[in-house]
Ligand binder design. Sequence first.
Ligand code: C2E
Ligand code: MG
Ligand code: MG
Ligand code: MG
Length: 288
Amino acid sequence: RAKAAGRGEVSEFTPDLETSVLKRRDLEVDLKRAIAQGELSLHYQPLVGLERGEVRCFEALLRWSRDPGGPVSPADFIPVAEASGLIGSIGRWVLHQACREAALWPESIRIAVNISPIQFRNADLVLDVFQALEASGLAPDRLELEITESVFLEMNATTISNFRELRALGVRIALDDFGTGYSSLSYLIRFPVDKIKIDRSFIKDMGTRHECLAIIEAILTLAAKLSITVTAEGVETVEQAIMLRARGCDDIQGFLFSPGRPDHAVKGLVATLPSRFAEVFRDDQETD
Ligand code: C2E
Ligand code: MG
Ligand code: MG
Ligand code: MG
């Protein structure tokens, strides 16, 4: 369909591509306005400890309620923000907002913030993190930065110094969507991380595909030997939670417990989640 009629040439824009380029431009213009008008907010999704069932952390998830138009998924607007350079100011806002809100939560609870690979290649990141901690008074070890393996795929000198300086600040680093990237495991030697988050795709099929369960078990063994904490992402059923608990997974996150919720819901989740899922945390259950 990319062939231009008659001359057998490949045209530069197919109608589909043209629509998507226009859509992106439109999103970009609107995203700038959204930032200025305060249409962005954060939701918080709990990470629950599998041993005792307590909430240990909340992941900050960016929400954009476009007016008019309604909610836009971060999967759609984050790439636009990255391509247009807006990710710098958005990422800074997320860091400040997340730290400010988390500073008022119980001290035992951490906050996890997603950091785009573009932010991680930029020398501003360390100062942004430092200032967010300073302004909020949040203890550095309560802040966890989630990065993906792609950070290690396209490294520059700044990537390396950012990693070192963030560790020196005392913030924690988690590897998000683990197992889906293309980088080699050897980066775990050069860049020690505190946490691995097993991607949802493995959890989804762990009950039906033995390959998925095998990969999860291998990740848990590797992480235990490297003293890295493991979170399973996208846990939706009690069965998945029980299987992960039996295999020594540290925390789980997913719709089973809660989707992302606004800051005002955090207190209630901390108080009520453990008792609502007592069946997961019993010590006498049968597991396979
Ligand atoms: P992520 O960091 O892997 O976040 C987890 C995503 O999985 C979230 O989608 C969450 O709502 C969804 N999720 C959680 N539990 C379940 C479950 O049990 N089942 C299913 N089907 N999904 C679940 P969300 O909020 O749409 O975010 C998508 C992605 O957008 C995030 O993936 C992250 O990469 C990016 N993102 C979100 N907020 C930010 C941000 O502040 N900064 C940056 N740079 N990226 C962000
Ligand atoms: Mg994440
Ligand atoms: Mg994730
Ligand atoms: Mg994921």
